[in-house]
Design a protein around this ligand. Structure first.
Ligand code: NAD
Length: 259
C-alpha cells in the first residue's frame, strides 16, 4: 500500500496523476469541490450526478480538466453501470458523496416515503456503486474508497431519524468493508462533515431545523466549513497520502463532534 516512490511521483504529477477517480454528487457542494480538487491534481474524474445541468456547467466552466460527466440517479443499476463503463475498466479511487437530507422528523413522525428515499440515495446507491467497483480494485490489488457520512453518523442529535440512521449505516458499511478488503490491499474510510456551505447547508439554518433541534443544538453549531475544506479531507484519504489509513471515520467538523 504505497511507497516512497509513489509519493515522489505524486509530488511531480499531482496526487492523482494517471489515475481514474469516480466522484458522485459532483454537480454541487462537497462532491463538486472534490471532483475539481482531484482533477486539478492530475486525475481523470468520472463525475456523476443526477443533475445533467449541473454537470454540463461544471465541464463547461473547467475546460482544461479531465472531467467525464455521467448524469443519472446513482441509486439505479443503470447509472451505476454507466459510471463503471465511463471509467473504462480501471478505478483507482471512489468517492461516494451524493446524498440528501431528511426533514428533521423524529421516528414517530417519519413517513415511509421519506425513509425509503433517504436510504435509497444515502445507503443503497453507495452500496451498489461500491459493489460494482470493488471487483476492479480487487483485480488491481489496490484502491481507495471514501464514503461521505455526516456528523449525524457519529451521534444522535444532529438531524432527523432517517438521515441519522442512514449515515450510521454508511459508517457501518465503511468499517465492514475496511475489515473485509483491507488484507487485499483496498482501503475504505469515511469523512463525517459538520455543517458545510453547500446547497444542503441551507437546510441547517432553516426555521425547521431550529424548531426540531432545539436551542441547545443551535447554540453549539460551529461556523460552517467550505466545501473546499471538506474536499481537502476527502482527497487526503483518496490519495496515497492516506496509505496507512483504513477503516477510519474522519470527523471534518471543526471539532463539533468532540463536544
Ligand atoms: P449538495 O446538495 O450541495 O450536493 C449533493 C449533490 O448530490 C447534488 O449535486 C445532487 O444533485 C446530487 N444527488 C442527489 N441525489 C442524487 C442521486 N440520486 N444520484 C446522483 N446524484 C445525486 O449537498 P452537499 O452538502 O455537498 O452533500 C454532499 C454529502 O455531504 C451528502 O452525502 C451529505 O449528506 C453530506 N453532508 C453534508 C453536510 C452539509 O452541511 N453540507 C453535513 C454533513 C454531511
Amino acid at each position: 500500500m504505497g511507497n516512497e516512490t509513489a509519493w515522489q511521483e505524486a509530488a511531480i504529477n499531482g496526487r492523482f496523476g494517471g489515475k481514474t477517480i469516480i466522484v458522485t454528487g459532483a454537480g454541487s457542494g462537497i462532491g463538486q469541490a472534490t471532483a475539481l480538487r482531484v482533477a486539478k491534481e492530475g486525475g481523470r474524474v468520472i463525475a456523476a450526478d443526477i443533475s445533467k445541468e449541473r454537470l454540463d456547467a461544471l465541464v463547461e466552466e473547467n475546460g482544461g480538466l479531465d472531467l467525464v460527466p455521467v448524469a443519472g440517479d446513482i441509486s439505479t443499476e443503470e447509472t451505476v453501470a454507466a459510471v463503471v463503463v465511463a471509467a473504462g475498466g480501471r478505478v483507482d479511487a471512489l468517492a461516494n458523496i451524493a446524498g440528501i437530507m431528511d426533514n428533521f422528523a423524529p421516528i414517530h413522525e417519519v413517513d415511509d416515503a421519506m425513509w425509503e428515499r433517504v436510504f435509497r440515495i444515502n445507503v443503497t446507491a453507495l452500496m451498489r456503486l461500491t459493489r460494482a467497483v470493488v471487483p476492479l480494485m480487487l483485480e488491481a490489488g489496490t484502491g481507495s474508497v471514501v464514503n461521505v457520512a455526516s456528523e449525524a453518523g457519529l451521534r444522535g442529535s444532529a438531524a432527523g431519524a432517517s438521515y441519522t440512521a442512514s449515515k450510521h449505516a454508511v459508517v457501518g458499511l465503511t468499517k465492514n468493508s475496511a475489515v473485509m478488503y483491507g488484507p487485499k490491499g483496498l482501503r475504505f474510510n469515511a469523512v463525517a462533515p459538520g455543517p458545510t456551505i453547500t446547497n444542503i447547508e441551507a437546510v441547517w439554518g432553516s426555521q425547521l431545523a431550529a424548531e426540531r433541534l432545539g436551542p441547545l443544538m443551535q447554540a453549539t453549531v460551529p461556523t460552517p466549513a467550505t466545501a473546499a475544506q471538506l474536499a481537502a479531507s476527502i482527497t487526503f484519504l483518496l490519495s496515497d497520502d492516506g496509505t496507512n489509513v483504513n477503516g477510519a471515520i474522519l470527523a471534518s467538523d471543526g471539532g463539533w463532534s468532540a463536544l
